[in-house]
Design a protein around this ligand. Structure first.
Ligand code: ATP
Ligand code: MG
Length: 378
């Protein structure tokens, strides 16, 4: 364009359940922001890849899905997962019928999320956590500012490499293996990314998490690579922590933590704990990044499809707003990202919150309030 104004192409994958609701709200807020700031444009396209798509086509993604999404600057993803309906125990045959219609969790996970993350080389999963103004932590003495973390999760290998197998199925001596894979390439690149992340933050502190006392191969390797990479980042203060001790530290000394790097499995668990400690799963964002920027990165709220609240206007859209802010930051629009978070926190501080945050507002009311704030601030 003659003005030099950037247009970002955003692929929207709403998915299932409240994913559809929150992605809609996210789009509304992003459009408002772009219209008000007038410094960049957003061009959205919707993709219907979901459990409904799976039931129709027998797969979550069409064969050319990767080629399609590669044309975009970023992917904004809602949630996948079919309704996990749990009928009363005595409804035996109905239960069996429902289970047949349902899509098991591991199918949707491998069929959609991982089917995009892995080939798009989104090896860094980043989960910022802090207490937003007007929200409270379940930790009694924790004030906003005491808890301000970024958890960096290795997103391509480790315990979720999908390497393993079963034998003697059905026999009393049946076995199953699930091998963790740690490659030099994989560990070094996530370690460098984590050090860069720590370095970019005011406290320049990185905690390297392992279980190297019990797992003497992969985890010791992980620690050794961390020590090596640390030499290139002399201004970053590093400490190492076993994952079990880390959970206690998160609860008892949250202010001692800044940036954390952990394996696929460990960070998966730690970041759920982090989301709960920050107040609600309904506010937590996550970014699946390809730091080489060869492929589009994918941004999503960490919560799932939550069919128990679908269609009721109860879904908290804040996780998706925060996710959208992270996406804007990655795309090179930090001012827009800051403005969006400023607007969101003005709204939570004013007590305009959904039920999961102890409020009584509906999804749409929160979105409207954020749009009003954007109008005022921008
Ligand atoms: P999935 O199977 O796709 O992971 P889920 O039904 O297990 O989805 P989660 O996202 O794991 O749902 O969340 C667990 C519970 O937390 C939900 O059942 C819901 O009640 C609540 N919850 C999750 N996300 C939100 C949100 N955005 N707003 C309000 N409540 C939420
Ligand atoms: Mg779930």
């Amino acid at each position: 364009a003659p003005t030099g104004r950037q247009t970002y192409k955003i692929a929207l994958i709403p998915g299932d359940g409240i994913g559809i609701e929150v992605i809609h709200e996210g789009k509304v807020v992003l459009q408002k922001l772009a219209a008000k700031l007038n410094t960049f444009d957003l061009d959205f396209e919707d993709f219907e890849w979901s459990s409904a798509y799976y039931k129709k086509h027998g797969k979550y993604l069409p064969d050319d899905a990767l080629a399609q999404v590669k044309k975009f600057n970023a992917i904004l993803f809602g949630a996948v997962g079919a309704p996990g309906i749990v009928p009363p125990l005595h409804w035996n045959w109905i239960a069996r019928l429902i289970t047949k219609l349902d899509v098991p969790d591991h199918i949707s996970l491998w069929g959609l999320r991982l089917a995009l993350c892995q080939p798009l080389q989104q090896y860094a999963n980043v989960r910022p956590t802090r207490i937003l103004r007007g929200t409270t932590s379940p930790l009694r003495n924790c004030k906003p500012g005491d808890l301000n973390w970024v958890i960096v999760r290795e997103n391509s290998e480790g315990e979720y490499a999908g390497h393993g197998g079963t034998s003697h199925t059905g026999e009393a001596w049946s076995v199953a293996t699930e091998t963790s894979i740690f490659t030099r390439h994989g560990v070094e690149r996530i370690m460098r990314f984590a050090f860069e992340t720590a370095k970019s933050r005011p406290r320049k502190k990185l905690t390297v998490v392992t279980k190297s006392n019990a797992q003497r191969n992969g985890m010791v390797f992980w620690d050794n690579v961390a020590t090596e990479v640390a030499k290139d980042f002399p201004d970053v203060e590093v400490d190492k922590m076993l994952v079990d001790a880390m959970t206690t530290r998160m609860v008892l000394k949250p202010e001692s933590i800044d940036t954390v790097v952990a394996t696929n499995l460990h960070a998966d668990i730690l970041s759920d704990l982090a989301a709960a400690l920050a107040g609600s799963i309904g506010i937590a964002p996550t970014s699946n990044l390809d730091p080489t920027r060869e492929n589009p990165s994918m941004f999503e709220p960490i919560h799932g499809s939550a069919f128990d609240i679908t269609g009721k206007g109860l879904a908290n859209p804040v996780a998706t707003f925060w996710t959208a802010a992270e996406m804007l930051r990655w795309l090179g629009q930090p001012e827009a990202a800051t403005l969006l978070m400023e607007s969101v926190e003005n709204v939570t501080e004013a007590g305009i919150k959904t039920v999961d945050l102890g409020g009584s507002q509906k999804t749409r009311e929160v979105t409207d309030a954020v749009c009003t704030e954007i109008q005022k601030l921008a």
